[in-house]
Design a protein around this ligand. Structure first.
Ligand code: GLY
Length: 305
């Protein structure tokens, strides 16, 4: 068994490891771990710790993929809901659909007993309001939100505040290879914006026969390149894990227009190898790893490419 997650997974990684050691279903174990990340306000890109959209509303994205059956559950731009990865899992198990968004996702959450919770903590509300007030000035702020938001989306975007996520990936010869993602998305995003975390093939993809990939940071790039699916398809076509990632990175590097930033790719193959690669993200990127035989999870540096 191998378990991989990005550095933001710290509140829940050990719980997932504990459950895997006890023989739990690996998707259930990852959902349990990611739910801990979602309720930790110190993780400033997921759940309670995340940032609201331009209107000051939290809209979260999450997804689950079973790489053995290729079943997926995904939710996007869901208001008033935590835990969202668990909601995505419920979509996978309870509906003939892959993805629910917005009000429909919230409606389904209520039908299956998820509490209504605005997810917006006071610190995030304050930072959002101060940022908006500074950008608009008193007259325009008094009119808010009755003004066009699109110009504002360029002005108040704070690219380094967050386009992060938490991603978990498990790989096991018996249980298969699976992924789970969760994020509040891009701080101050235009309402309704989806990142890559709920988009199959962009922010995540798993196929137990070949491997899996999950991405963090700039969803606006991985959605354009179908990064996670490209990696798994390259594995299927016989490329090594390293070659498959290099192919996906080449595609990201070819983008010249539109919003460009960094991407971190977390990937594993069906032979139990893993790679975590930093493409153009500033600062040291690290990730969590636990494999059979390791006494404790390790926080390791990503390879910069
Ligand atoms: N990768 C997270 C996002 O773009 O929302």
């Amino acid at each position: 068994m191998l378990l991989l997650a990005n550095a933001e997974a710290w509140p829940g990684f050990a719980l997932t490891v504990e459950k895997l050691r006890a023989g739990a279903d690996s998707i259930e174990a990852m959902i349990a771990g990611i739910s801990r990340v979602e309720v930790e306000p110190k993780v400033r890109s997921v759940g309670y710790g995340g940032w609201p959209n331009m209107l000051g509303v939290m809209e979260c994205d999450a997804a689950v993929m079973n790489g053995t059956t290729r079943e997926i559950g995904s939710v996007g731009a869901v208001p008033d809901t935590i835990p969202v990865a668990a909601l995505a899992h419920a979509v996978m198990k309870g509906l003939p659909h892959v993805m629910l968004t917005g009000a429909g996702a919230r409606r389904y959450a209520s039908e299956i007993g998820f509490a209504v919770d605005d997810v917006l903590i006071e610190d995030s509300r304050r930072v959002w309001r101060e940022r908006l007030e500074a950008e608009l000035g008193p007259e325009q702020f008094a009119r808010f939100p009755d003004l066009p938001l699109a110009p504002l989306s360029r002005a108040i975007t704070d690219p380094e505040r967050v386009r992060d996520t938490t991603v978990f990936l498990s790989a096991d010869a018996v249980q298969g290879i699976h992924t789970v993602t969760s994020t509040s998305g891009w701080a101050w995003k235009y309402p309704g914006r989806l990142g890559d975390s709920p988009i199959p093939g962009a922010g995540f993809y798993a196929d137990s026969r070949y491997g899996a990939a999950a991405c963090t940071h700039t969803g606006e790039m991985t959605m354009r390149c179908a990064t996670a699916r490209s990696i798994v398809l390259a594995l299927k076509l016989g490329r090594s894990l390293r070659e498959a990632i290099e192919l996906a990175v080449e595609e990201l590097a070819e983008l010249e227009h539109g919003f460009l930033g960094g991407v971190v790719i977390h990937a594993a193959d069906a032979q139990g190898r893993h790679e975590v690669v930093n493409f153009r993200c500033e600062g040291e990127i690290r990730y969590w790893l636990w494999e059979d035989g390791m006494a404790e999870p390790e926080l390791r540096p990503a390879r910069t490419i």
